[in-house]
Design a protein around this ligand. Sequence first.
Ligand code: ADP
Ligand code: MG
Length: 376
Amino acid sequence: MILAPAKLGLLGGGQLGRYFVMAAHELGYEVTVLDPDPDSVAGRIADEHLIASYEDEKALMHLAGSCQVVTTEFENVPATSLARLEAHLPVRPGARILEICQDRLLEKSFFAMQGLPHAPFSVVRSEADIMGADPGLFPGILKVSRFGYDGKGQAVVQDRQAARDAFLDFGGALCVLERKLQLDSEVSVILARDPSGNCAAFPLVENRHKGGILDFSLAPAALPAELAEEIRRVAFGIAERLGYVGVLAIEFFIVGGKLCLNELAPRPHNSGHYSLDACITSQFEQQVRAICGLPLGSTELLSNAAMFNLLGDIWFRNEAVCEPNWSKLLAADGLKLHLYGKKKASPGRKMGHLTLLGRDCGEIARAGQRFRDSLL
Ligand code: ADP
Ligand code: MG
């Protein structure tokens, strides 16, 4: 066990990292954040903020020399940097896992190899691959294999011509072409696995997206018990197979009543934010516990919850940027406002979220929508 007041290293300094720092502090740990952005919202509250690139040898060796364990808060940290750190201290999750999760092609190939249900896809390395692709993949979604997030680096393509245009738009980067599925719903599971292989999952969440970005989440997801059990079983199996240590989020599609894997996120997840206010242990405290080898915390849901993202768009009024008027939200019962302290709002940027607690998911979902609309 890595006990407080040990120092924990974190690669990446966005809002997920900020909550990790807060959770680590609550348990008496110190945190060093590596993030090149001087305004990093996690870096600003960490015990130490290394403002350097993720490949900076001096910064990496400083982490290796001063921390007991290293983790990440976003998957696009170069896997080579994690491998470099792994020679010196535990990196949880490890470099090989990050490598898989940051590359859609590797990730989907992993699903295929494990015999896990996923959307039909093919790899696109060239225009010729599009011309030769299975007609059953259209209408499809062309996704860049690396560095896509929040729907970026994706295009819905009706036919080969559109896929070719999108491929050229993406600069000819390696892509996967995936069939566009008719989704009944989308759900995610956030689980943690400790170094001894113990696993705990948070209640499943139902997610609604808008423009490829998570719009809101409802916990617990309304799913038949059998399907929910199957999702948990598949999720634990994936964590086991990867030898995962840390918090892992898995996105699923439900198609025709059956589960279909979408993608893995090797870290806490936007759709798990409800756990901050609705569970005994938050996903961030669980991340601290898992990587330090502490007993995993209770994932019990204390109340149904609805979580709504607050994107930077809300900050724009007649082209001018101004802070939204939070007074209605701050005065509401059963509503918790979270702001990440980002200095600059931009459209689509995740600036904060709100969580509503209540008995009836439908009711809190409608109330959340109303509260958020009132900001416009
Ligand atoms: P990101 O890394 O941006 O989250 P995803 O692959 O999860 O990328 O896609 C974002 C969203 O786009 C999904 O949550 C889903 O709403 C939609 N989507 C992605 N792939 C498919 C698909 N094959 N069929 C239907 N909808 C999809
Ligand atoms: Mg996704």
